[in-house]
Design a protein around this ligand. Structure first.
Ligand code: ZN
Length: 87
C-alpha cells in the first residue's frame, strides 16, 4: 500500500489523500496462475499535490511509471512557440 509520493525524487510521506492524486492500476501478477488464468491485482499509487501538478502515473507492461503530464508537455511546447492556450 502506498505510504509515500510515487515520485522517487520526492517520496513525501502520505498524510492526507485530499492532497495530490491517487492512481489505480489493474496489475497482472507475474508468474502466478489460478486455474490456468493469469491473476491480477489492484495497485494504488499516490502523487503529492506538488508532483501531481506536473506528473502523472502510467501503466506499461513492466509496471507503473511516473511520467510528465501530457498537458504539461503541451504547455511547455506552447511557451516555446509563444502561443497561449485557454483552459
Ligand atoms: Zn511528490
Amino acid at each position: 500500500m502506498m505510504s509515500n509520493c510515487a515520485n522517487p525524487k520526492c517520496a513525501k510521506p502520505l498524510h492526507y489523500l485530499r492532497d495530490g492524486r491517487v492512481f489505480v492500476f489493474d496489475m497482472p501478477d507475474n508468474g502466478k496462475s489460478l486455474g490456468g488464468k493469469r491473476t491480477r491485482h489492484i495497485e494504488h499509487f499516490w502523487l503529492c499535490g506538488t508532483c501531481s501538478q506536473t506528473l502523472a502515473m502510467e501503466r506499461s507492461a513492466d509496471g507503473a511509471h511516473v511520467v510528465v503530464r501530457p498537458l504539461t508537455r503541451l504547455r511547455a511546447a506552447m511557451a516555446v512557440t509563444g502561443t497561449a492556450m485557454a483552459s
